[in-house]
Design a protein. Sequence first.
Length: 818
Amino acid sequence: MIEGADESRPRGDAKALRHDVIRKLYFELAKFPSVATRNDLYLALSLAVRDRLLHRWVSSARTYLENQHRAVIYLSAEYLIGPQLGSNLLALGLHDAARMALEDSGTTLDELVEHEEEPGLGNGGLGRLAACYMDSLATLDLPAVGHGLRYEFGIFDQDIRDGWQVERTDRWLRRGNPWEVRRYEIEHSVGFGGNTEHELDEHGRMHVHWLPERVVKGIPYDVPVAGYGTQTTNFLRLWSAVADEEFNLDAFQVGEYWRAVDAKIRSENLTKVLYPNDSSPAGKQLRLEQQYFFVSCALQDCIRLLTSRAPIRQFADTFAVQLNDTHPALAVPELMRLLMDVHGLGWDDAWDQVRRSIAYTNHTLLPEALEVWPLPLMQRLLPRHVEIIFEINRRFLDEVRARFPDDDARLRRMSLIGEDGDKWVRMAHLATVASHHINGVAALHSRLLTETVLRDFAELWPERFTNVTNGVTPRRFVALSNPRLSDLVTEAIGEGWIKDLDRLRELEKHANDAGFQDRWHAVKRANKQELAAWLRSAHGLTADPSAMFDAQCKRIHEYKRQHLNLLHVIALWDRLRRGIDDGAARTVLIAGKAAPAYHRAKLIIRLAHGIAEAIAEDPRTRDRLRLVFVPDFNVKTAQRIYPAADLSEQISTAGMEASGTGNMKFTLNGALTIGTLDGANVEIREAVGADHFFLFGMTAEEVTARKRAGYRPQEEIARDPELSRVIELIASGAFSPGDRGLFMPIVDDLVHRDPFLVLADFRAYCEAQARVSHAWRTPASWLRSSILNTARAGKFSSDRSISEYAENIWRISPVTIR
Ligand code: NBG
């Protein structure tokens, strides 16, 4: 054993960092400075920074191991961690040192930060939430490992061609990934297919052997996650699939080289690509394989660690396993299988471990997004797990029967197996039955969860249901991405807010101060200019920094109602053409990706471009109104937009957005919200005060009632001449010159079905927008509201969310790293 950790500790000053960057250039990249490319310098700096992280990481791991602390095992199929260099420098307090270290190197820190390509290992809010939570876990000194998948291709890059979304594969690894550490000593075998054998031993106990048809090996790549202002450094363990050479040896031996190679390719396909869907299931076998693969690796890994120092029965005392949506729900039968078939526990003991360790977060109420898998597919792929699921179901339904005798309808509703026509495994039911806590992600969502999709379960086990409102990390989404605002805030109230976001409240006392308002305004103005300059240079797009930046950034989805926003833009344009100007010039920014197979969402993107062009070509309007579709929304782009936004569009049909987290990022950066009473908007409005929030639209209850009463969108058009005109403009081809029918699918759908009640909320939305314009015309009061939005948004720190999980769900406490 080689000791000497202290000598290995890298220094944090600019001189030492510079020295290390040069060493990395020579000895990792085999380059000397005068021939180093920007990528070389990026890699060298990142590796030098990584050394400084690894030192903390090793100390953290050692402390946890030596003291056997209870740890969170966060299971998520997605982590949208964003670029790492800037956030790691921030966590380590190395920004200034890095800037100095690069002096006269031919490049700057900003260039290298800009150069980094982000790992897009997630689709949207759910994956980004997981990344914020990893940040907070480390910052709050909570022992945690996040397990996930190392997709070789993450979420596609979005190009825009002739107004259409075109997807490009995301080759994020092609220039090297300095942030990951491959762990060569760890690998786990994961089986698929085959059959099971049941055998009674001499004591009459049943033993089950699963004989898989094929086996894939999982190897881990670890990504350090540094806490801010603390030594604690946790990690993400991302699993990658490789062929099990041993398993294919027989093929090699009989000379079937191709068969062996074929199996290898098939294995490695498993972690090739992220399914690019948001809030709707992918339903593909490979996706199910990915889900099983990573939870199996994760649980085997936990058990490997546990059994090296404690008996298997301590699983639940050692690990708090959190399911981020149902994607990892196979953890339930897999943990049962490992405990029973591999480690010899009986059913009751195994179930006790499962029930005490696992908890489940639900992220959606959309019926089409609740995961179900065809039973025959699951049977073919995971025969042993289906046996276990059946047994869980049998015991569970007995319990329901005992509580609610003679209620067959209830049994059918609650069963883990859905039987409408074909048979399905209902993943949300599986996760719920096994979990000690089930939570939604905002107060409204958690309530609706117990009243709708999980109502029967909440009647059976009310004590298991709870709420944890989402949060976002103030490190990345304020301190890192909005340095101007951070400096101003720190100057006013000290820097404690970065770890204790409630302290932003101290800004309230400056909200009426004209001098402070001026500085607040100057920050926003500079951020807007910076965004406008980038839009111009990177995309050739025009935004007007003197206008209100009115922004909607999120996946493109009908329930999020980007098309409602577009109808309003058309109305504004049409009014301007008729000489009606509400006195508030706007640049409307829309950004977001559409799932590649979601044709309607892609058509909405195309419509946005059609409208943008019509406005830009019209000299009567283009100085008062702009519509800008910002391509390729990702964490990097997001970090440019939030700091520059004046108005945040959170306009989903009430009851459909589980929480939203972009809404919180905008608020923290001083944007005012125009929004419905949906998801976390409800709590944002409560926190910032109704006077500083532009509320409109039907409530979730009104939406349900309206649909039940038989909603007829034509009636909305008939009673609203402006709405009628706006629809007519789209239908007439005003935004699709030469192709009049292009947008007819959108028009037809709105006029005849309108499932998301766009037209029903249109007038209320326009009225709220009129209030926005009115408020904008009084800068002092707008600025006051903006300051108060930031000041009162402390609740939306992911530190608050994670503290709630830690106390109420995980029962886990902080551990100080020496
Ligand atoms: C999404 C919701 C958002 C929510 C995020 C994070 C899914 C299935 N759900 O409203 O749509 O903010 O999860 O909780 O992606």
